[in-house]
Design a protein around this ligand. Structure first.
Ligand SMILES: Nc1nc2c(c(=O)[nH]1)N[C@H]1C(S)=C(S)[C@@H](COP(=O)(O)O)O[C@H]1N2
Ligand SMILES: [Mo]
Length: 413
């Protein structure tokens, strides 16, 4: 992610207004018969709100019943209310030939001896160590990002510190409420260093208790969920209830067993919105979508227009799309009472994003083409990361992070 030159600090309104009408020339040189003057440009798509309201996140929750349908006593028994929520932290002592010496921690936190962490204690820790972070939630195997939120919580390292020195620990795994049915267990894990040794300027794994300035709803994994900034959604365990430290060196995420790469970080990727099936000739085609700046950052978004979906005359001619600029006034974006300078990834002095797009967040992009002759077309979009890899590169398999190109077909009539 490049530092933002001052000239690129346009307002979000500028972004909508100037949604460029430019690509006909690029297309013309590939397929001269396509050119024709545009007469009636359609309205450019407005950028998505940077914060997705909690109720508008797409939901991929597992469990039967899903925890957020529990009510009354069932909710209390599940320890999923702010008053009943507890977190246990223990050491893994399961005998395993791969584990020569078991892990231990000085002070386990358990329900049995009344030491399990409760929400007031976590919030108190937050007064001293709290972090805020704007993150796109996206899994590695689904077509569209789920949403983007401002998450607040306490770094995992600070919570583990409550347990005194950890001995012989190589990994940390954790899970949430799962209806007491072992088959519904959904677990994730981190290396010891990922949890404890946040490098300067890097982002910690954290236990979140607020989303967009409000307590995390049950549907979004509240009262407390894990947020792993650099990872796909499957590491961000909802309804968090148990953390286990282990000397087992193997990642034991539920997702690994489902043929996913559990160590793959968030993939830089562009997403293309739906297009109308038919567009009147003479009207410019406005299009756009979201782009997620992942582990390797974002350089640009590109699109290519071809006459057919897979045909040989689909041009490998990519044009650069326009990225949504950073908001001129973050107060209009952030929940009341939260200043941009408090959020990780912003310069604490200027209150401006240190990079744009922010790491692990998504913004809108857009472009348009004019002068399309009647016929069938296919539009593709891709992200180019800061190492110059164009999506789907450099990920060899989908199961390490969805990386296929979005393609939309439409007809000019
Ligand atoms: N306890 C629990 N946490 C979970 C899951 C789950 O099934 N159970 N699913 C994970 C997956 S695969 C994803 S993509 C994210 C989705 O988060 P969201 O529902 O808040 O968008 O939650 C993660 N956390
Ligand atoms: Mo997921």
């Amino acid at each position: 992610m490049k530092p933002m030159p001052p000239s690129s600090r346009l307002t979000r309104r500028d972004f909508v207004r100037t949604g460029s009408v430019l690509a006909a020339t690029a297309l013309n040189s590939a397929a001269p018969s396509l050119g024709r003057a545009a007469t009636a440009p359609a309205a450019a798509p407005a950028p998505r709100p940077l914060l997705t309201p909690a109720s508008k996140f797409r939901d991929v929750s597992r469990g039967k019943p899903v925890p957020h349908t529990l009510k009354g006593d069932a909710l209390i028994a599940a320890r999923l209310t702010p008053k009943t929520w507890r977190l246990e932290i223990t050491a893994d002592t399961t005998p395993d030939p791969a584990v020569k010496e078991p892990a231990s921690l000085s002070q386990p936190l358990t329900l049995a001896d009344g030491t399990a962490l409760d929400l007031p204690a976590l919030l108190k820790l937050g007064q001293q160590h709290g972090v805020k972070f704007l993150k796109a939630m996206q899994c590695l195997n689904i077509p569209t990002p789920l949403g983007q939120g401002l998450w607040e919580g306490v770094p995992l390292r600070e919570v583990l510190r409550l347990c005194g020195p950890l001995r012989k620990v190589r990994r940390i795994y954790y899970w949430g409420f799962h209806n007491n049915d072992p088959k519904q267990l959904f677990q994730s894990s981190l290396s010891y260093s990922q949890a404890m040794e946040t490098p300067p300027g890097e982002l910690p794994a954290f236990l979140a208790y607020r989303l967009n300035g409000e307590p995390i709803s049950l549907a979004r994994g509240g009262p407390v969920r894990m947020i792993i900034p650099w990872a796909h959604g499957f590491k961000s365990i909802k309804w968090l209830q148990r953390i286990v430290v282990t000397n087992d060196y193997r990642a034991n995420d539920t997702y690994a067993e489902q043929n996913n790469d559990p160590e793959a970080p968030l993939k830089t990727a562009a997403y293309l919105d739906e297009l109308p099936a038919k567009i009147p000739a003479g009207q410019a085609l406005q299009f756009g979508g979201l782009v997620l700046s992942g582990w390797s950052g974002l350089q640009r978004v590109e699109y290519a227009l071809g006459r057919s979906n897979a045909g040989p005359d689909a041009p490998e001619r990519w044009s650069e799309a326009r990225l949504e600029p950073a908001p001129a006034d973050w107060r209009a974006v952030l929940p009341a009472g939260i200043a941009a300078r408090e959020i990780l990834g912003f310069d604490p002095k200027s209150g401006q994003p240190a990079t744009w797009p922010l790491r692990y967040s998504m913004i809108s992009w857009s472009s348009s083409v004019a002068g399309l002759a009647p016929g069938k077309y296919a539009l593709r979009a891709r992200a180019v990361d800061l190492n110059g890899f164009a999506q789907p590169e450099p990920r060899p398999i989908q199961k390490s992070g969805r990386n296929s190109l979005d393609v939309r077909e439409f007809e000019v009539v």
